[in-house]
Design a protein around this ligand. Sequence first.
Ligand code: SF4
Ligand code: FES
Length: 248
Amino acid sequence: MNLTLKIWRQKGPNDKGQMVDYNVTEISEHMSFLEMMDVLNEQLINAGEEPVAFDHDCREGICGMCSMYINGEAHGPDRGVTTCQLHMRMFKDGDTITIEPFRATAFPVLKDLVVDRTSFERIQQAGGFISVNTSGNTQDGNAIPIPKQDADDAMDAATCIGCGACVATCKNSSAMLFVGAKVSQYALLPQGRVEATERVQNMVAQMDLEGFGNCTNTGACEIECPKGISLENIARMNSEFMKASLKG
Ligand code: SF4
Ligand code: FES
């Protein structure tokens, strides 16, 4: 396939960016989107030009690093995949593909397609954990009976990889799908109930402090989420927050 790429280039956080056109040739339909970007970067390096900066790590849908906005969609046109899992067979010979960074006030652009998502890490640090004494007296998790549905829902919530596609997709740049998943994975399990009140209050407070917007129930986040995180997690977070407020 021969393709035209329109890519956001920005030298640094305080520089003005712009879309720049590139052509790539002989792209195999079996390549991943990131492999196609590797071909472009090899081409740029061979021509003595600056390669396009983009985030990636695992390249198998686990780490959540590969944040690209492709043809107006976070992680591109396929469903249930991250950019690294997106195949070039989703595109046609002669296509023009627009590639931008995830855009949100709380995800400032560092360079080209790389954004700073440490706001997510600060939300996690505010409460996305349980405190357990691991000195050897810890009760075996399997010895605590948990309803099957709760265990399944907690596991589903825990599959959130913190990629930020929900934020990039939301017209309000809301992080509530992400925070809802992180709150839910603990709220559903007995181990998470101990610190449930402070957890939801602290995580929501940090989310607001970072400048994420509010949820207005559009549901676009759920559609674009590569892990199929359900909107139910936002409802659960809101209910946890209400319960915590009444306690406080
Ligand atoms: S909820 Fe989905 S889209 Fe949002 S950070 Fe988690 S995995 Fe990514
Ligand atoms: S590079 Fe890890 S999820 Fe895409």
